[in-house]
Design a binder for this molecule. Sequence first.
Ligand SMILES: Cc1ncc(COP(=O)(O)O)c(C=O)c1O
Length: 454
Amino acid sequence: MNNPASGNAALAARDLRHVWHPCTQMHDHESVPMLPIVRGEGAWLVDADGRRYLDGISSWWTNLFGHANPRLAAALADQAQRLEHVIFAGFTHPPAIELAEALVRITPPGLDKVFFADNGSAAIEVALKMSFHYWLNRGHGEKTRFIALTGSYHGETLGALSVSDVALYRKTYAPLLLTPFLAPSPDAYEGEPGESPEQTAKRRLGELRALLERHAHETCAVIVEPLVQCAGGMRMYHPSYLAGLRALCDEFAVHFIADEIAVGFGRTGTLFACEQAAVSPDFMCLSKGLTAGFMPLSVVLTTDDVYAAFYAEYRTGKAFLHSHSYTGNPLACRVALETLAIFRDEPVLERNRGLAARLARRLAPLRDHPHVADVRQCGMIAAVELVADKAMRRPYPATERRGLRVYLHGLQHGALLRPLGNVVYFMPPYVVTEQDIDLLVDTAIAGIERAVTD
Ligand SMILES: Cc1ncc(COP(=O)(O)O)c(C=O)c1O
């Protein structure tokens, strides 16, 4: 028997008295359960009543190797007994040094300098400020603008939100934000009828070129989520867009910022998404999978050329100024190192290929569903686009909250699925089994059936 004082109901009631949760209309919790999780085991979460949920979204796309992973937990415990934190200005420590060395080794060529921060949005702030400041230090103070893609999401601090284009997050705060130039996303779902993803990418590159022709002189950088625009609905595009983007950035002297916060560390099938186009960006932002979901940490990798623009006598005032108290936290760096060691020691990407194939096979029948307009996949990310009208690709109105019905169905059946509006997606930890994948897909299919039935 569960102790009612420490069960779901008691903990949820205490939570709702004082805690304000992210990405939530708190009023929803008058009908939607608040779930107290007390334990994690591999891909599974366990609530205070002992019910289990398969984490189909890797707890906001962070978890790679399972909850409470013993190897990561041991590294964390060991580091906690050596050094938990130290100011990162004027001081350094072995986990940060080793992590920087390892990241430079495994990321695309040319990314030789590592700046630490502590969450994804902070990494975006760093990249935007660094790009602007680079051009300023090089005598181009007229470059103050950024180009972002329609449908993009880069975080919710004011700078990161400025270069994001998901109305749900941006609209309310728009009066506070910088205004980017928006280039049309190469999103294959929005391609012209009969157009291949590669043709869509090519057409969109033409539109980006036109934007750069008008605005490159005042533009610092183009920022993109390589291959998959995640929060924008798991919209996917052809890698040739990234190769074309690299060439355009070189031609027009603007930086290329690759936000691999969500897609890095194997999500798209390669360790980094940029590898699929064989490109090196000028800035690469990493977080989430960097610590396999254990600790908040982020990094911005950049080039020697960018670094050199800041490297000068103190009196020149060219230093990059951006600091967070927990910059380069040793606990987080140590866990990140252990995460990379798992990639080194185990055939992670190879195993994922088998899991991704299983996911694809199990999702395929949904293509014929009368309310499914698209089933798409890129490595370990798969998404199902629900629509009111398949022929016209007319979405369900957001107010109908069809995705919420899938979410609630999932919880009742032991699966954590958290659709983005009308998009039901799968981004499981890499430790799921084929049976886990079957459970996720079967639960999603039944949930979709319930969600589209009025
Ligand atoms: C592509 C991308 N960039 C940036 C962020 C922001 O990261 P954080 O939530 O750690 O601030 C996210 C978060 O989902 C993301 O998906």
